[in-house]
Design a protein around this ligand. Structure first.
Ligand SMILES: *Cc1c(COP(=O)(O)O)cnc(C)c1O
Length: 292
């Protein structure tokens, strides 16, 4: 894995630092490249099994890894209408040969947080939530430490969480405070995820977003924030996690020169989100016209 650059960017009149993990790999970008770093040697494995949503970045990353190593990838998910016209992560994963099975056929609990290796089959928990993920995240921590030494900083790190795997292991390997927010579930749920994954590791600091955002739901103010981010920083962020991240940083006034924001990739998922936002905006425009 090559080193990802760190750059200074400005937003809303403040400057901060950005770790560009989105540039790590065209198909395995961001934190999935880090979390799935342990899957380099698949010589004893024929099939990779995992489960989650049909829009997941982890799903696409695993489909790519399996294909590039000549393995079968089987994914358990709840059927949804997007299957009729796959786009983004789902389209890419199907093109990579992903085999879909009903979610009910996933043989383990949904809260599984370790790998299961049976015969030549490897079962990976949702979103890669397993101790082995720390292997690649330790490399990310090392890159950050080297930058800190060179720049003589005393930074605070920020990244939005899904399962919390990346934030937890980053805090485990870094002597600086790691801040995060729950994008899936609430603060309490994220805290429980940390403990389930590694009861002895120090926990990252969980910040509360300015309001409750339901994961995957559309919020026009978040879309506006995402567009403003692109305009002011010239960087494309992800639409599921990053806008909640920046809304929270602005709300808690944490955006400054000491902040290192981890860009965790996920841009393939943007396609479907942008489409849904455009449809919503069109509908609003039509309704407004009707009202005049
Ligand atoms: C998967 C993902 C996350 C969540 O990572 P966790 O380790 O599950 O907390 C955040 N941002 C992006 C862009 C992702 O793809």
């Amino acid at each position: 894995m090559s080193l990802s650059p760190i750059q200074r960017v400005s937003f809303a009149g403040r400057s901060f630092f950005l770790k560009r993990d989105d540039l790590l790999h065209p198909h395995l970008s961001g934190n999935k490249a880090r979390k799935f770093h342990f899957l380099q040697d698949l010589s004893k494995i024929k099939e990779i099994h995992s489960f989650g949503s049909l829009h997941s970045n982890a799903m696409y990353s695993l489909s790519f890894l399996a294909k590039s190593k000549g393995k079968t990838f089987i994914y358990y998910a709840r059927s949804d209408p997007s299957l009729h016209n796959p786009k983004g992560n789902l389209k890419g994963a199907l093109e990579n040969g992903m085999i879909l099975r009903p979610l009910e056929e996933w043989p383990y609990g949904k809260e599984l947080s370790h790998l299961i290796f049976i015969d030549d089959r490897l079962y990976i928990p949702e979103g890669g939530r397993c101790p082995e993920a720390q292997e690649g995240i330790a490399i990310l921590a090392k890159e950050i430490e080297e930058w800190v030494k060179k720049e003589q900083k005393s930074p605070k790190i920020f990244l939005p969480s899904g399962t919390g795997t990346t934030a937890l292991f980053l805090q485990k390997y870094l002597p600086f405070p790691v801040y995060t927010i729950p994008c899936v579930g609430d603060e309490e749920y994220l805290g429980e995820q940390f403990v389930a994954l590694d009861p002895t590791a120090p926990c990252p600091i969980i910040l509360s977003p300015p309001k409750k955002y339901r994961f995957g739901r559309l919020y026009l103010e978040l879309f506006e924030l995402w567009r403003e981010l692109k305009k002011q920083t010239d960087v494309t962020f992800d639409l599921l996690y990053d806008p909640i991240g920046f809304a929270t940083l602005l709300y808690h006034d944490l955006l400054d020169e000491d902040l290192l924001y981890i860009h965790q990739g996920g841009l393939m998922g943007n396609e479907t989100m942008i489409e849904r936002y455009k449809a919503k905006l069109d509908k609003i425009a039509k309704t407004n016209k009707g009202a005049v």
